[in-house]
Design a protein around this ligand. Structure first.
Ligand SMILES: C[S@@+](CC[C@H](N)C(=O)[O-])C[C@H]1O[C@@H](n2cnc3c(N)ncnc32)[C@H](O)[C@@H]1O
Length: 252
C-alpha cells in the first residue's frame, strides 16, 4: 500500500515510520509513505499556508492554493484515479469495516488539515472523501491520519508477522477480543484461569470464544444486536449469562 500524505508537519509521522508494526511494514516495503508539505508550494517568501477567515472570526484557515499545488504534486506520482481523502471531524466515521475496505486500496492520498480548517473551495474541488476518527475535535489531521495508517497496516497481508494475527482482534468478527494473560501465573492475588494452563486447545478455544461473547454482551451490547451468532456462540453466550447472573446473585 502506498500513501501520499499532505501535511505541514511531516516529522510527526516518525511515529508510524520508525516504530512497531507500521515501522516494520515500511522497512519491508509493504507500506510506502511519502510526504508533501504545502509550505514547499507556498508562493510568498514566508511560505504561508494560512490566512484570516473571510467574514471575520477567530483563528486561521488553510489556504487553497498551496494545498492544491501539494495535492497536484502528490497526484502526479500516484496512479490515475487515486482517491484523495481529507481527515475531518465532519467525515465518515472510521470503524473496522471501513478500515478493512480502505486497506484494500493500493494507493491513496491523505490530506491533514490544521487551524480552523481548510478553505471550502479546495475541499469541493480536490477532495473525494472525508474521514473522521471520532466525534471530537483534534488540533490537526496528522494524528488522525496516523490512526488510519496504523489501523490499515494491521490489515495488510504479512504485516503482523506469523506470530500474531489480526483475526482475533476486537471487531473483526463483530465481537470484542477476550482477555489475555502472561507470566506470572499469580499476580495481585489473582490466578490465570486454569483452562489456559491446561494445554487443551479445544477447551481453550471455547473458553476464549465464551469470554469474547460475554465481554461484548457486558460492554458493547450494540455489537451483539448486529451479530449473527452460530449455534455454538449462542449456547456459549447463554452459558456466560447464566454464570454471570448466578455470580451476581451470590455477591448480593
Ligand atoms: C481544529 S480542526 C478543525 C475543526 C473544524 N473547525 C470543525 O469544527 O469541523 C483542524 C483539523 O484537524 C483535523 N481533525 C480534527 N478533528 C478530527 C477528527 N475527529 N477526525 C479527523 N480529523 C480531525 C482535520 O484535518 C481538521 O481540518
Amino acid at each position: 500500500m502506498r500513501i501520499e500524505v499532505v501535511t505541514i508537519f511531516p516529522p510527526m509521522f516518525d511515529a508510524v515510520t520508525h516504530y512497531g508494526i507500521t515501522g516494520r511494514a515500511v522497512d519491508s516495503g509493504r507500506l510506502g509513505l511519502r510526504f508533501w508539505n504545502p509550505r514547499d508550494y507556498a508562493s510568498d517568501e514566508y511560505r504561508r499556508v494560512d490566512d484570516r477567515p473571510y467574514g471575520g472570526g477567530p483563528g486561521m484557515v488553510m489556504m487553497a492554493e498551496p494545498l492544491a499545488a501539494a495535492l497536484a504534486a502528490a497526484r502526479k506520482v500516484a496512479p490515475e484515479g487515486t482517491r484523495v481523502g481529507v481527515l475531518s471531524p465532519q467525515g465518515r466515521r472510521l470503524d473496522h469495516a471501513l478500515v478493512t475496505e480502505l486497506a484494500q486500496r493500493e494507493h491513496m492520498i491523505l490530506l491533514a488539515g490544521r487551524y480552523e480548517g481548510i478553505d471550502e473551495r479546495l475541499l469541493e474541488s480536490a477532495v473525494d472523501e472525508e474521514w473522521s476518527i471520532g466525534d471530537y475535535v483534534l488540533s490537526g489531521g496528522e494524528l488522525a491520519a496516523m490512526v488510519m495508517i496504523d489501523a490499515m497496516t494491521r490489515q495488510l497481508p504479512g504485516a503482523l508477522g506469523n506470530e500474531q494475527s489480526a483475526a482475533q482482534d476486537s471487531f473483526v468478527d463483530g465481537l470484542l477480543d477476550c482477555g489475555h494473560f502472561t507470566r506470572p501465573v499469580e499476580f495481585a492475588g489473582r490466578r490465570v484461569p486454569e483452562v489456559l494452563l491446561s494445554g487443551d486447545h479445544e477447551k481453550i478455544r471455547r473458553w476464549r470464544l465464551k469470554e469474547s461473547l460475554g465481554r461484548t454482551w457486558l460492554r458493547r451490547p450494540d455489537l451483539l444486536a448486529d451479530a449473527k451468532l452460530s449455534e455454538e456462540q449462542t449456547s456459549l453466550l447463554e452459558e456466560f449469562r447464566r454464570e454471570y447472573v448466578e455470580h451476581q446473585e451470590k455477591q448480593t
